[in-house]
Design a protein around this ligand. Structure first.
Ligand SMILES: NC(=O)c1ccc[n+]([C@@H]2O[C@H](COP(=O)([O-])OP(=O)(O)OC[C@H]3O[C@@H](n4cnc5c(N)ncnc54)[C@H](OP(=O)(O)O)[C@@H]3O)[C@@H](O)[C@H]2O)c1
Length: 326
Protein backbone atom coordinates (compact mmCIF):
# COMPACT_ATOMS: atom_id res chain seq x y z
CA UNK A 1 0.00 0.00 0.00
CA UNK A 2 1.03 3.63 -0.65
CA UNK A 3 2.31 5.55 2.37
CA UNK A 4 -0.95 7.49 2.39
CA UNK A 5 -4.48 6.33 3.02
CA UNK A 6 -6.79 7.28 0.17
CA UNK A 7 -10.03 8.63 1.62
CA UNK A 8 -13.47 8.82 0.10
CA UNK A 9 -15.94 11.15 1.80
CA UNK A 10 -19.53 9.93 1.70
CA UNK A 11 -21.84 12.95 2.11
CA UNK A 12 -20.89 16.59 1.58
CA UNK A 13 -21.78 17.64 5.11
CA UNK A 14 -21.09 20.70 7.18
CA UNK A 15 -18.63 19.05 9.56
CA UNK A 16 -16.80 17.48 6.60
CA UNK A 17 -16.39 20.85 4.95
CA UNK A 18 -15.46 22.85 8.06
CA UNK A 19 -13.32 20.38 9.94
CA UNK A 20 -12.53 16.95 8.51
CA UNK A 21 -11.69 17.68 4.89
CA UNK A 22 -9.17 20.37 5.87
CA UNK A 23 -7.72 17.84 8.33
CA UNK A 24 -7.41 15.18 5.60
CA UNK A 25 -5.67 17.78 3.41
CA UNK A 26 -3.28 18.64 6.24
CA UNK A 27 -2.47 15.02 7.14
CA UNK A 28 0.75 13.62 5.62
CA UNK A 29 -0.59 10.04 5.91
CA UNK A 30 -3.84 10.80 4.06
CA UNK A 31 -5.07 11.95 0.71
CA UNK A 32 -8.55 12.53 -0.72
CA UNK A 33 -9.60 10.37 -3.71
CA UNK A 34 -13.30 11.13 -4.05
CA UNK A 35 -16.28 12.92 -2.55
CA UNK A 36 -19.87 11.70 -2.90
CA UNK A 37 -23.15 13.52 -2.69
CA UNK A 38 -26.79 12.84 -3.57
CA UNK A 39 -26.48 16.02 -5.60
CA UNK A 40 -23.85 15.87 -8.39
CA UNK A 41 -23.42 19.68 -8.38
CA UNK A 42 -22.65 19.66 -4.67
CA UNK A 43 -20.08 16.89 -5.11
CA UNK A 44 -18.46 18.88 -7.90
CA UNK A 45 -18.27 21.99 -5.70
CA UNK A 46 -16.65 19.97 -2.88
CA UNK A 47 -14.19 18.35 -5.30
CA UNK A 48 -13.30 21.76 -6.71
CA UNK A 49 -12.53 23.00 -3.21
CA UNK A 50 -10.74 19.96 -1.75
CA UNK A 51 -9.67 17.85 -4.74
CA UNK A 52 -10.65 14.27 -5.60
CA UNK A 53 -13.29 13.00 -7.99
CA UNK A 54 -16.96 13.93 -7.65
CA UNK A 55 -19.25 10.94 -7.49
CA UNK A 56 -22.39 9.34 -5.99
CA UNK A 57 -22.65 7.27 -2.79
CA UNK A 58 -22.81 3.78 -4.35
CA UNK A 59 -20.17 4.64 -6.98
CA UNK A 60 -17.76 5.81 -4.28
CA UNK A 61 -17.83 2.36 -2.70
CA UNK A 62 -16.87 0.71 -6.01
CA UNK A 63 -13.75 2.80 -6.51
CA UNK A 64 -10.37 1.05 -6.37
CA UNK A 65 -8.63 4.27 -5.33
CA UNK A 66 -10.56 4.49 -2.02
CA UNK A 67 -9.04 2.63 0.95
CA UNK A 68 -11.15 4.24 3.67
CA UNK A 69 -14.43 6.10 3.89
CA UNK A 70 -15.22 9.04 6.14
CA UNK A 71 -18.97 8.94 6.82
CA UNK A 72 -20.59 12.19 8.02
CA UNK A 73 -24.19 11.37 7.14
CA UNK A 74 -27.11 12.08 9.50
CA UNK A 75 -26.74 9.70 12.45
CA UNK A 76 -29.68 7.43 11.53
CA UNK A 77 -27.95 6.60 8.22
CA UNK A 78 -24.60 5.60 9.76
CA UNK A 79 -25.58 1.97 10.37
CA UNK A 80 -26.87 1.28 6.85
CA UNK A 81 -24.10 3.07 4.96
CA UNK A 82 -21.42 2.02 7.43
CA UNK A 83 -22.28 -1.64 6.80
CA UNK A 84 -22.12 -1.03 3.03
CA UNK A 85 -18.71 0.65 3.35
CA UNK A 86 -17.32 -2.31 5.32
CA UNK A 87 -18.91 -4.88 2.99
CA UNK A 88 -17.17 -3.08 0.11
CA UNK A 89 -13.84 -3.80 1.84
CA UNK A 90 -13.14 -0.21 2.91
CA UNK A 91 -12.04 0.96 6.35
CA UNK A 92 -14.58 3.20 8.08
CA UNK A 93 -14.22 6.45 10.01
CA UNK A 94 -17.81 7.12 11.06
CA UNK A 95 -18.97 10.37 12.60
CA UNK A 96 -20.16 10.32 16.18
CA UNK A 97 -22.38 8.82 17.39
CA UNK A 98 -21.65 5.55 15.58
CA UNK A 99 -25.36 4.71 15.30
CA UNK A 100 -28.57 5.63 17.12
CA UNK A 101 -28.54 2.74 19.65
CA UNK A 102 -26.51 -0.09 21.14
CA UNK A 103 -28.01 -2.76 18.90
CA UNK A 104 -27.03 -0.82 15.76
CA UNK A 105 -23.57 -0.09 17.11
CA UNK A 106 -22.95 -3.74 17.97
CA UNK A 107 -24.04 -4.68 14.43
CA UNK A 108 -21.52 -2.21 12.99
CA UNK A 109 -18.75 -3.70 15.14
CA UNK A 110 -19.70 -7.20 13.93
CA UNK A 111 -19.60 -5.97 10.32
CA UNK A 112 -16.10 -4.51 10.80
CA UNK A 113 -14.88 -7.68 12.50
CA UNK A 114 -16.27 -9.89 9.73
CA UNK A 115 -14.82 -7.65 7.01
CA UNK A 116 -11.52 -7.41 8.95
CA UNK A 117 -11.39 -3.64 8.44
CA UNK A 118 -10.71 -0.74 10.80
CA UNK A 119 -13.73 0.96 12.37
CA UNK A 120 -13.47 4.13 14.42
CA UNK A 121 -16.01 6.64 15.69
CA UNK A 122 -14.90 10.22 15.10
CA UNK A 123 -14.93 11.54 18.67
CA UNK A 124 -12.16 14.01 17.91
CA UNK A 125 -12.00 15.56 21.38
CA UNK A 126 -10.39 12.34 22.65
CA UNK A 127 -7.41 13.14 20.38
CA UNK A 128 -6.72 16.47 22.11
CA UNK A 129 -3.73 16.09 24.46
CA UNK A 130 -5.37 18.25 27.16
CA UNK A 131 -7.35 15.28 28.50
CA UNK A 132 -4.22 13.20 29.10
CA UNK A 133 -2.82 16.13 31.11
CA UNK A 134 -6.03 16.24 33.17
CA UNK A 135 -5.88 12.47 33.80
CA UNK A 136 -2.24 12.81 34.92
CA UNK A 137 -3.10 15.66 37.33
CA UNK A 138 -5.85 13.53 38.86
CA UNK A 139 -3.55 10.48 39.11
CA UNK A 140 -0.90 12.69 40.77
CA UNK A 141 -3.42 13.55 43.48
CA UNK A 142 -3.71 17.26 42.63
CA UNK A 143 -7.40 17.31 43.63
CA UNK A 144 -7.30 14.50 46.22
CA UNK A 145 -9.76 11.64 45.85
CA UNK A 146 -12.04 12.11 42.85
CA UNK A 147 -15.68 12.48 43.89
CA UNK A 148 -17.60 14.02 40.97
CA UNK A 149 -17.41 14.55 37.21
CA UNK A 150 -19.70 17.16 35.65
CA UNK A 151 -19.73 17.53 31.85
CA UNK A 152 -21.69 20.04 29.80
CA UNK A 153 -22.19 20.49 26.09
CA UNK A 154 -24.89 22.95 25.09
CA UNK A 155 -25.47 25.42 22.30
CA UNK A 156 -28.21 27.78 21.11
CA UNK A 157 -31.12 26.64 18.89
CA UNK A 158 -30.28 25.52 15.35
CA UNK A 159 -31.90 26.65 12.12
CA UNK A 160 -35.24 25.03 11.29
CA UNK A 161 -34.69 22.00 9.08
CA UNK A 162 -31.37 21.03 10.72
CA UNK A 163 -30.89 17.24 10.80
CA UNK A 164 -30.74 17.47 14.63
CA UNK A 165 -34.48 18.33 14.69
CA UNK A 166 -35.54 15.37 12.52
CA UNK A 167 -36.38 12.16 14.44
CA UNK A 168 -36.05 9.82 11.44
CA UNK A 169 -32.51 11.14 10.79
CA UNK A 170 -31.39 10.42 14.35
CA UNK A 171 -31.93 13.92 15.70
CA UNK A 172 -32.09 15.03 19.32
CA UNK A 173 -29.69 16.56 21.79
CA UNK A 174 -28.84 13.32 23.61
CA UNK A 175 -27.48 11.72 20.44
CA UNK A 176 -25.89 14.89 19.12
CA UNK A 177 -24.49 16.66 22.20
CA UNK A 178 -25.11 14.40 25.21
CA UNK A 179 -22.74 11.77 23.87
CA UNK A 180 -19.79 14.13 24.46
CA UNK A 181 -20.02 14.42 28.27
CA UNK A 182 -20.98 10.72 28.42
CA UNK A 183 -17.87 9.71 26.47
CA UNK A 184 -15.69 12.12 28.48
CA UNK A 185 -16.96 10.53 31.70
CA UNK A 186 -16.01 7.10 30.29
CA UNK A 187 -12.56 8.41 29.34
CA UNK A 188 -11.85 9.79 32.81
CA UNK A 189 -13.81 7.42 35.10
CA UNK A 190 -13.75 4.19 33.09
CA UNK A 191 -16.31 2.38 30.95
CA UNK A 192 -18.01 0.80 33.94
CA UNK A 193 -20.54 3.61 34.43
CA UNK A 194 -24.19 3.08 35.31
CA UNK A 195 -27.02 5.49 34.49
CA UNK A 196 -29.15 6.08 37.60
CA UNK A 197 -31.37 8.93 36.47
CA UNK A 198 -32.05 11.55 33.90
CA UNK A 199 -34.40 14.03 32.32
CA UNK A 200 -35.08 14.88 28.67
CA UNK A 201 -36.95 17.95 27.50
CA UNK A 202 -38.97 17.06 24.41
CA UNK A 203 -39.95 19.49 21.68
CA UNK A 204 -43.51 18.28 21.03
CA UNK A 205 -43.67 19.92 17.60
CA UNK A 206 -40.52 18.28 16.31
CA UNK A 207 -40.60 15.05 18.32
CA UNK A 208 -36.96 15.22 19.45
CA UNK A 209 -35.32 15.99 22.79
CA UNK A 210 -33.78 19.46 22.80
CA UNK A 211 -32.15 19.36 26.25
CA UNK A 212 -31.33 16.85 28.93
CA UNK A 213 -29.41 15.78 31.93
CA UNK A 214 -28.15 12.39 33.11
CA UNK A 215 -26.82 11.14 36.42
CA UNK A 216 -24.35 8.25 36.49
CA UNK A 217 -22.23 6.38 39.02
CA UNK A 218 -18.84 4.78 38.30
CA UNK A 219 -17.70 1.37 39.51
CA UNK A 220 -15.62 3.20 42.18
CA UNK A 221 -18.62 5.21 43.36
CA UNK A 222 -17.67 8.48 41.63
CA UNK A 223 -20.78 10.46 40.64
CA UNK A 224 -21.02 11.82 37.11
CA UNK A 225 -23.51 14.14 35.52
CA UNK A 226 -23.98 15.16 31.91
CA UNK A 227 -25.90 18.21 30.70
CA UNK A 228 -26.64 18.82 27.06
CA UNK A 229 -28.98 20.68 24.78
CA UNK A 230 -29.82 23.02 21.95
CA UNK A 231 -31.41 25.63 24.23
CA UNK A 232 -28.55 27.31 26.07
CA UNK A 233 -25.77 29.79 25.48
CA UNK A 234 -22.72 27.93 24.18
CA UNK A 235 -20.91 25.86 26.81
CA UNK A 236 -18.46 22.99 26.34
CA UNK A 237 -16.68 22.08 29.57
CA UNK A 238 -16.16 19.56 32.33
CA UNK A 239 -15.15 19.71 35.96
CA UNK A 240 -13.49 17.04 38.04
CA UNK A 241 -14.15 17.67 41.74
CA UNK A 242 -12.04 15.89 44.30
CA UNK A 243 -11.66 15.81 48.07
CA UNK A 244 -9.13 18.66 48.05
CA UNK A 245 -9.68 20.57 44.81
CA UNK A 246 -11.21 20.89 41.38
CA UNK A 247 -10.02 20.92 37.77
CA UNK A 248 -12.10 22.89 35.29
CA UNK A 249 -11.60 22.31 31.55
CA UNK A 250 -13.29 24.92 29.38
CA UNK A 251 -13.92 24.40 25.63
CA UNK A 252 -13.39 20.74 26.35
CA UNK A 253 -15.10 19.22 23.32
CA UNK A 254 -14.72 21.48 20.30
CA UNK A 255 -11.76 23.82 20.74
CA UNK A 256 -10.41 25.46 17.60
CA UNK A 257 -7.01 24.17 16.50
CA UNK A 258 -5.51 27.54 17.49
CA UNK A 259 -6.99 27.57 21.02
CA UNK A 260 -4.48 27.33 23.88
CA UNK A 261 -6.36 25.39 26.57
CA UNK A 262 -6.32 26.80 30.09
CA UNK A 263 -6.78 24.18 32.81
CA UNK A 264 -7.98 25.78 36.02
CA UNK A 265 -6.89 23.95 39.17
CA UNK A 266 -8.81 25.24 42.20
CA UNK A 267 -7.62 24.36 45.70
CA UNK A 268 -8.57 25.62 49.15
CA UNK A 269 -5.93 28.37 49.29
CA UNK A 270 -5.07 29.04 45.66
CA UNK A 271 -6.04 28.83 42.02
CA UNK A 272 -3.55 27.79 39.37
CA UNK A 273 -4.04 28.14 35.63
CA UNK A 274 -2.08 25.82 33.36
CA UNK A 275 -1.92 27.06 29.78
CA UNK A 276 -1.28 24.21 27.34
CA UNK A 277 -0.17 24.30 23.70
CA UNK A 278 -2.97 24.22 21.09
CA UNK A 279 -4.02 20.81 19.81
CA UNK A 280 -5.55 20.04 16.40
CA UNK A 281 -8.00 17.31 17.38
CA UNK A 282 -9.47 16.74 13.90
CA UNK A 283 -5.99 16.32 12.43
CA UNK A 284 -5.13 14.08 15.39
CA UNK A 285 -8.16 11.88 14.72
CA UNK A 286 -7.48 11.57 10.98
CA UNK A 287 -3.74 10.96 11.52
CA UNK A 288 -4.40 8.32 14.16
CA UNK A 289 -6.93 6.54 11.92
CA UNK A 290 -4.64 6.67 8.86
CA UNK A 291 -1.65 5.52 10.94
CA UNK A 292 -3.64 2.57 12.27
CA UNK A 293 -4.68 1.51 8.74
CA UNK A 294 -1.08 1.85 7.52
CA UNK A 295 0.05 -0.29 10.47
CA UNK A 296 -2.37 -3.02 9.33
CA UNK A 297 -4.78 -2.64 12.23
CA UNK A 298 -8.37 -3.75 11.92
CA UNK A 299 -11.31 -4.20 14.28
CA UNK A 300 -9.72 -7.51 15.33
CA UNK A 301 -6.66 -5.79 16.89
CA UNK A 302 -6.85 -5.99 20.73
CA UNK A 303 -6.52 -2.20 21.22
CA UNK A 304 -9.15 -1.55 18.55
CA UNK A 305 -11.44 -4.08 20.24
CA UNK A 306 -11.08 -2.09 23.47
CA UNK A 307 -11.94 1.15 21.62
CA UNK A 308 -14.94 -0.52 20.00
CA UNK A 309 -16.12 -1.81 23.40
CA UNK A 310 -16.07 1.84 24.64
CA UNK A 311 -18.04 2.86 21.56
CA UNK A 312 -20.70 0.21 22.30
CA UNK A 313 -20.70 1.27 25.97
CA UNK A 314 -21.49 4.87 24.97
CA UNK A 315 -24.43 3.60 22.93
CA UNK A 316 -25.61 1.50 25.90
CA UNK A 317 -25.43 4.58 28.15
CA UNK A 318 -27.47 6.54 25.60
CA UNK A 319 -30.08 3.75 25.58
CA UNK A 320 -30.09 3.74 29.39
CA UNK A 321 -30.60 7.53 29.55
CA UNK A 322 -33.57 7.16 27.17
CA UNK A 323 -35.03 4.35 29.30
CA UNK A 324 -34.45 6.12 32.62
CA UNK A 325 -35.20 9.75 31.84
CA UNK A 326 -38.36 11.52 32.90
N1 LIG B 1 -17.05 15.11 15.22
C1 LIG B 1 -17.62 16.29 15.31
O1 LIG B 1 -17.08 17.22 15.92
C2 LIG B 1 -18.96 16.53 14.66
C3 LIG B 1 -19.43 17.83 14.49
C4 LIG B 1 -20.66 18.02 13.87
C5 LIG B 1 -21.39 16.93 13.43
N2 LIG B 1 -20.93 15.67 13.64
C6 LIG B 1 -21.70 14.49 13.17
O2 LIG B 1 -21.60 14.44 11.76
C7 LIG B 1 -22.82 14.00 11.18
C8 LIG B 1 -23.29 15.05 10.18
O3 LIG B 1 -23.47 16.29 10.84
P1 LIG B 1 -23.46 17.69 10.02
O4 LIG B 1 -23.69 18.76 10.96
O5 LIG B 1 -22.23 17.74 9.17
O6 LIG B 1 -24.77 17.46 9.12
P2 LIG B 1 -25.20 18.08 7.71
O7 LIG B 1 -24.40 19.28 7.38
O8 LIG B 1 -26.68 18.18 7.72
O9 LIG B 1 -24.73 16.96 6.67
C9 LIG B 1 -25.32 15.71 6.55
C10 LIG B 1 -25.09 15.26 5.09
O10 LIG B 1 -25.66 13.98 4.94
C11 LIG B 1 -26.14 13.84 3.61
N3 LIG B 1 -27.51 13.29 3.65
C12 LIG B 1 -27.90 12.09 3.19
N4 LIG B 1 -29.19 11.87 3.35
C13 LIG B 1 -29.68 12.98 3.97
C14 LIG B 1 -30.97 13.35 4.40
N5 LIG B 1 -32.04 12.55 4.25
N6 LIG B 1 -31.11 14.55 4.97
C15 LIG B 1 -30.05 15.38 5.15
N7 LIG B 1 -28.79 15.07 4.75
C16 LIG B 1 -28.61 13.88 4.17
C17 LIG B 1 -26.07 15.20 2.94
O11 LIG B 1 -24.99 15.16 2.03
P3 LIG B 1 -25.26 15.18 0.44
O12 LIG B 1 -26.32 16.23 0.23
O13 LIG B 1 -23.94 15.58 -0.07
O14 LIG B 1 -25.68 13.83 0.02
C18 LIG B 1 -25.75 16.16 4.06
O15 LIG B 1 -24.90 17.19 3.66
C19 LIG B 1 -23.77 13.73 12.34
O16 LIG B 1 -23.73 12.36 12.68
C20 LIG B 1 -23.18 14.56 13.48
O17 LIG B 1 -23.46 14.01 14.77
C21 LIG B 1 -19.73 15.46 14.23
Amino acid sequence: MDERIRFGVLGCSSVARRRTMPAIAACPQATLSAVASRDPEKAKAFAAEFGGAATGYAELLERDDVDAVYLPLPTALHGLWGARVLAAGKHLLVEKPATTDAEGTRALVRAATTADRLLRENFTFAHHPQHATVARLVADGRIGHLRTFTGEFCFPPLPDGDIRYVPRLGGGSLLDAGVYPLRAAQLLLGDDLRVVGGALRMDPRRGVDVAGQALLVSADGVFASAQFGFQHAYGSRYTLWGSSGRIVVDRAFTPAATWSPVLRIEQQDRVEELTLPPGHQFLGAVASFAGAVLAGRTARHPEEQAGLASMVRTAELVDAVRRTAV
